[in-house]
Design a binder for this molecule. Structure first.
Ligand code: PMP
Length: 353
């Protein structure tokens, strides 16, 4: 750390993003991206939007919001768009946590929660998942903190039911509960509807995983109009133009072509289920996934070795050198062809040990 860094941040450990190698170097299955290209109509809209980039972007994301409402059923005063959902989460940390309000989250979950908590100087309550990596809803009841839950969770891929989320909402009436639904489109359903019933629920989502826009950075927040106002106060105090005009145009076009994305999502889920069956054939233990990745371990080869050996074969996956999950690997679901190649590579690795 340099002499200039604010002392409060001297121990801050920054988030470590998955590697982003030059395109084409690897079969890239390490950061849960969407494996398909945009639909041609989307590419055309994005190209056209460049002609307006001399102007600041639309503060209200008008077209994007109208299209979002058609697909998601939420709009108007209930939605905010953000520069990726990482920004949405950060805005929630800034708006709903502080010296008098700490934060609660799971021990095995999205790494950014802990980083944002440290960045904001917050008191952290880290609640362990059970031995099967399931989140225990009751642990969060009346915890007196702002709650952050990834649902489905990363890196486990497991999901709480809507009833379990309701339990947490009912037992934290005076605290905000943020449900991070980054992977929800690959699951049995969103809890966004509950924002109409509970005034303490904030749902965060992203266009990175299921709508092919990881590089364009588009996230969203769905909540009631009071909490939207709180978040907007923070947003307007940092960067009112947080979603650039190219991204707004792309997002709007993606939603106009929603059928294409729904088809791709269905294919990813089918590929995931086939890949899971194949992994089990070669003695992997696989956690049932409601996401576009699988979390799995093999009893004879360590997670680290699997990741390294796959890399030698031109395939990039993710291994976390972290207590409780060091044996596991997280593999993003790509195209059927990519997953066939991963399976063949794994068979060779297991066979050769
Ligand atoms: N939440 C979870 C659980 C994630 O895994 C990710 C992806 N790294 C994000 C949020 C952030 O995604 P993005 O900023 O690309 O929307």
């Amino acid at each position: 750390m340099s002499w200039a860094l604010n002392k409060r941040l001297s121990a801050l450990k920054a988030y470590v993003p998955g590697e982003q190698p030059e395109p084409g170097k690897y079969i890239k299955l390490n950061t849960n991206e969407f494996p398909y290209p945009p639909s041609p109509a989307v590419a055309e809209e994005t190209a056209n939007s460049v002609l307006n980039m001399n102007l600041y972007s639309d503060l209200n994301c008008t077209k994007l919001k109208a299209n979002f409402e058609k697909v998601f059923g939420f709009g108007g005063e209930n939605v905010i768009f953000t520069n990726g959902s990482d920004e949405a989460l950060y805005l929630c940390f800034l708006a709903f946590c502080g010296p008098d309000k700490g934060v609660a989250f799971a021990d095995l979950t999205y790494g950014f929660y802990s980083v944002y908590a440290d960045l904001c100087g917050l008191e952290k309550t880290v609640l362990p998942l059970d031995s099967d990596f399931k989140l225990i809803p009751e642990d969060y009841y009346n915890c007196g903190k702002t709650v952050f839950i990834a649902n489905p969770n990363a890196p486990t891929g497991l999901k709480l039911t809507v009833e379990e989320i309701e339990g947490i909402l009912n037992n934290n009436k005076n605290d905000v509960v943020v449900i991070d639904e980054a992977y929800v489109d690959f699951s049995d359903g969103s809890c966004a509807k509950l924002t109409e019933k509970y005034n303490n629920l904030v749902v965060v989502g992203t266009f990175s995983k299921s709508r092919g826009m990881a590089g364009a950075r588009l996230g969203y927040i769905i909540t009631n109009s009071d909490l939207v106002k709180d978040i907007e106060t923070v947003k307007y105090s940092i960067n009112p133009y947080n979603v650039n005009s190219l991204t707004q145009a792309t997002g709007a076009a993606v939603l106009e072509n929603d059928e294409y994305y729904k088809d791709c999502i269905a294919e990813i889920c089918e590929t995931r289920d086939d890949f899971t069956k194949n992994l089990k054939k070669i003695d992997f233990e696989v956690i049932p996934s409601q996401t576009n990745f699988v979390f799995a371990k093999h009893n004879e080869i360590s997670g680290k070795d699997i990741a390294n050996k796959l890399r030698e074969k031109g395939i990039l996956i993710r291994h976390f050198d972290k207590e409780r999950i060091a044996d596991y690997v997280r593999i993003t679901i790509g195209t059927p062809d990519q997953m066939e190649r991963v399976y063949i590579a794994l068979e060779e690795i297991i066979g050769g040990k």
